[in-house]
Design a protein around this ligand. Structure first.
Ligand code: FA5
Length: 351
């Protein structure tokens, strides 16, 4: 039996040598498969050995079977490895033969998203104030009542604090109704001089063609020694003229906000019905007046300074707040504020 086994081992070694040479020599997938078939195919050399197994004595069959199976596994693994190596080599060759042109356009057209008109307007407004020397700050939309109202000198019974006007989250906590909360936050934590702008989302129980329950504001304030209303007018006029043109006329009308004294609103000459000679025809946007209201402003109330730990005898300052949707609507002639929030691609694609 030992002799017979020795002969079989020699035969298997011969097959091993042949398959290694043939797999190695195969340079295409087809050649590789042919080489594999010569060993493991129906008429393959190893298959022939397997076929003879039936005629062997049981003891011999067991030993030969184990060797033949080991060789079969070896051939199968070698075949898979060589196949993968050939595929890799072929891919490499293709890549080098046909280098990528990364500048070619894709085959499927790509739809580009773009910046929402409100964000475009916000960024433009912020960059004007940055150029004027203001620093940008950010604050939360969920706010304490005291930062949103009481430290801004709103009287406790002010209608804005009413359940009907604000979205309350819990007792003493609400969605901020304006970005003026940033005055309290920044003035309580920083010392003058300071010139700060802050943009963000605010919430009110409002809903019609020019009012939305969620909208965007920009707040600005400047505090230092000897700041006067003339500084306020100078900064805000420069801002409006950067936005709408250097020859733009502005006017300030007295108005009331609890946290400023005196308070005012700034109007700009209507950009829609302005005639070349500077007079105005009067239109729907300006309701025939020739003026459009743009923002609220005023000199920061001494009580607000005190609430933030700033000495009102030493420091004065001005503040202003404007609605970003309002500016967007005026710029692009958008008649209904809700268009800005419906996310209709036909509308948004125009900007
Ligand atoms: C204020 O919110 C003050 N905090 C502004 C201010 C800041 C005054 C600093 C003085 C000093 P007012 O409620 O007027 O003011 O709102 C300011 C602007 O927000 C308005 O002029 C308008 O453009 C916009 N606005 C108000 N309510 C809505 C709304 N529901 N939808 C869209 N825009 C609105």
């Amino acid at each position: 039996m030992a002799d017979a086994l020795h002969d079989i081992d020699q035969g298997l070694d011969g097959i091993r040598t042949t398959y290694r040479q043939q797999l190695e020599a195969a340079s295409t997938e087809q050649q590789l498969r042919d080489a594999n078939a010569k060993i493991l195919g129906k008429k393959g050399e190893l298959t022939a050995v397997l076929k003879q197994m039936g005629s062997l004595a049981p003891e011999m069959r067991k030993q030969v079977g184990a060797r033949v199976n080991a060789l079969k596994t070896e051939v199968e693994q070698a075949f898979e490895q060589r196949l993968a190596a050939l595929a890799r080599a072929q891919r490499e060759a293709e890549l080098h033969a046909r280098p990528f042109d990364l500048s070619l356009p894709g085959r499927v057209p790509v739809h580009h998203g773009h910046v929402h008109p409100i964000i475009q307007t916000r960024d433009e407004l912020l960059s004007i104030f940055k150029d004027l020397g203001f620093v940008i700050a950010q604050g939360p939309e969920v706010e304490l009542e005291e930062n949103n109202f009481s430290k801004l000198a709103f009287p406790p019974d002010h209608p804005a604090t009413d359940m009907q006007d604000s979205f309350w989250v819990s007792d003493g906590v609400l969605l901020r109704t304006h970005t003026s909360n940033m005055q309290i936050r920044e003035m309580s934590t920083h010392k003058p001089p300071m010139a700060i702008v802050s943009a963000g989302v605010v919430y009110r129980r409002d809903d019609d063609v020019t009012h939305s329950p969620m909208f965007h504001q920009i707040e600005g304030f400047l505090v230092d020694e000897n700041v006067t209303f003339a500084h306020l007018k100078g900064v805000l006029t420069a801002f409006a003229q950067r936005l709408y043109g250097a020859d733009l006329k502005v006017r300030f009308r007295p108005s009331y906000f609890p946290f400023v004294e005196p308070g005012a609103e700034m109007d700009v000459a209507c950009v829609f019905c302005r005639r070349p000679d500077g007079t105005h025809a009067g239109c729907r946007t300006c309701k025939g007046t020739g003026w459009m209201e743009v923002l609220g402003c005023g000199m920061i109330h001494p009580a607000v300074f005190e609430n933030c730990g700033i000495d009102p005898e030493r420091y004065t300052g001005f503040a202003f707040g404007l609605g970003i949707e309002r500016v967007s609507m005026l710029r692009y002639g958008i008649p209904d504020i809700r268009l800005l929030f419906e996310n209709d691609p036909r509308f948004l694609a125009q900007f």
